[in-house]
Design a protein around this ligand. Structure first.
Ligand code: NIG
Ligand code: FE
Length: 454
């Protein structure tokens, strides 16, 4: 991850303490004993197929942390002999608790002003997302509210929502622009995301998504011209400035670029143009694909080496086979099909059988899915996508981390990984989805420091 100097969680991680005479390693934080510790593990890349359910489960476990990193994971007994605690070591007793890696939300539209509660009511009266959008609601309605907000306001709205996600166990998230839909408003959204990234204890990964909808009064092609010709170069300029300010490499600051490729939004040709221009500038694509109809965006995502293809309700068998052979992660969003009251869901079982790497995320946004809780999404993944609790955990941690470019640092309870940990007030893994609708999260640790406690 990028270490942000102004970031409270990052500032706390001092140098590691000296090793004792008998060779045991000193620790800052010891979580021991732990009722059940569960983590997926991968050496390189996201986890696929049967391995998604093959997670490591340890009863009466412990984790030792030093300088913000995990240094040992195992049975409480093993860890007791491997490390030593002195009077500065913080000890957390989690004997009746479940412990997992911090949850990763790989797809959010966290920044917007206003709300669309009226559309929720319209849907309960039988209107569809498409009908509501055609009647002046949808993304364009959020655009109108968001265009009037300054950066300060966007940051303060975002901050509250990040806080809410943290309370549900999220320790890293991706955040998209896409409610500005013209140059200056999109840049304000991107700036707000960078500001949140800099101040937040959570890992925040930006995505530029001016291609979220066609702004009213603009021709689609002319808008795509604006994105390609004017906006993307400005995005790189802003990322360059941010990288200089934070003292990090430009590659750590470049956002992803996302396109909503669907009927009534952007065509496959638009998507290809935007991604080609993005790649030329060093910006990696990810795509909203096959949510309502299949326009071929998933095959394009694989062709271009996109980080992820998201939604995938209408993905074809051929595209599933392509995904399985690629490094593109399928990000499934069961909260959205639930919130839109759709009877169809993404074919998760088929994808797992074919070897596609699946991540799960909220899609948190003001319209199609105003759900910010990953434990809730976990329950939906089991009920609607027929995923096993273990597969869902893998999707919410290791694979989510790979989908947003952080797979080598976060998503696993394993020595060398960042100490991002979620502790639940339940005793075993299955109880998280089982308790759908109740938030079981009681404590969250980020880089070895408690940043939320119920
Ligand atoms: O992922 N599909 C496009 N974007 C969002 C919807 C955003 C909105 O309705 O405001 C989604 O579902
Ligand atoms: Fe989305």
């Amino acid at each position: 991850m990028t270490r942000n100097p102004g970031n409270p969680a990052h500032a706390q991680t001092g140098p590691a303490k000296a090793i004792s005479e008998d060779g045991r390693v000193p620790v800052d934080l010891l979580i021991s004993p732990i009722g059940e510790l569960v983590t997926a593990r991968s050496q390189a890349g996201p986890i696929r197929g049967e391995e998604m359910r093959d997670v490591c489960r340890i009863k009466d476990a412990a984790i030792a942390i030093s300088a913000g990193q995990i240094i040992a994971v195992g049975s409480a007994d093993e860890i007791k002999h491997a490390v030593f605690a002195d009077d500065t070591t913080v000890v957390i007793d989690a004997r009746e608790s479940l412990v997992t890696p911090g949850l990763v939300d790989a797809h959010t539209h966290l920044i917007f002003d206003g709300n669309r509660a009226d559309e929720f009511v319209m849907r309960s009266q039988g209107k569809t997302y498409t009908e509501i959008a055609a009647a002046g609601g949808g993304i364009v309605k959020s655009m109108r509210a968001t265009q009037n907000a300054d950066v300060e306001r966007l940051v303060s709205l975002g901050r509250k929502r990040v806080e809410r996600m943290l309370e549900s166990g999220t320790t890293a998230l991706e955040v998209k622009t896409g409610y500005g839909l013209e140059m200056e408003s999109e840049m304000r959204m991107l700036e707000a995301i960078y500001r949140l990234k800099s101040e937040s204890a959570l890992d925040i990964v930006p995505t530029f998504m001016a291609a979220h909808a066609i702004p009213p009064g603009k021709e689609r092609e002319a808008y795509v011209d604006d994105i390609v010709g004017d906006m993307l170069p400005r995005v790189v300029a802003m990322a360059t400035q941010e990288a200089e300010r934070e003292g990090v490499a430009l590659t750590d600051m470049l956002p992803y670029v996302d396109v909503f490729c669907d009927r009534g939004y952007f065509t496959l040709e638009d998507t290809r143009r935007i991604f080609a221009a993005s790649i030329r500038l060093g910006l990696k694509p990810r795509v909203h694909s096959d949510e309502f109809v299949n326009l071929g965006a998933t095959a394009l995502a694989v062709e271009l080496g996109a980080a992820s293809a998201d939604h995938l309700l209408n993905v074809s068998d051929e595209e599933i086979a392509l995904l399985a052979k690629s490094s593109t992660v399928a990000v499934l969003l069961p909260g959205t099909s639930f919130y839109l009251n759709l009877s169809d869901h993404a074919p998760a079982r088929k994808m797992i059988e074919e070897g596609v790497a699946i991540a799960l995320a909220t899609d948190y946004n003001p319209g199609s899915c105003h759900i910010s809780s990953l434990p809730f999404v976990w329950g939906l993944a089991c009920l609607h996508l027929k995923m096993l609790p273990e597969e869902a955990l893998t999707a919410l941690t290791v694979n989510g981390a790979w989908a947003i470019g952080l797979g080598t640092n976060i998503g696993q309870l394993r020595p060398g990984f960042q100490a991002d940990i979620t502790i639940y007030d339940v005793e075993q893994l299955e109880e998280v989805p089982y308790n759908i609708g109740w938030n079981p999260v009681k404590q969250v640790i980020k880089m070895g420091r408690t940043i939320y406690s119920r």
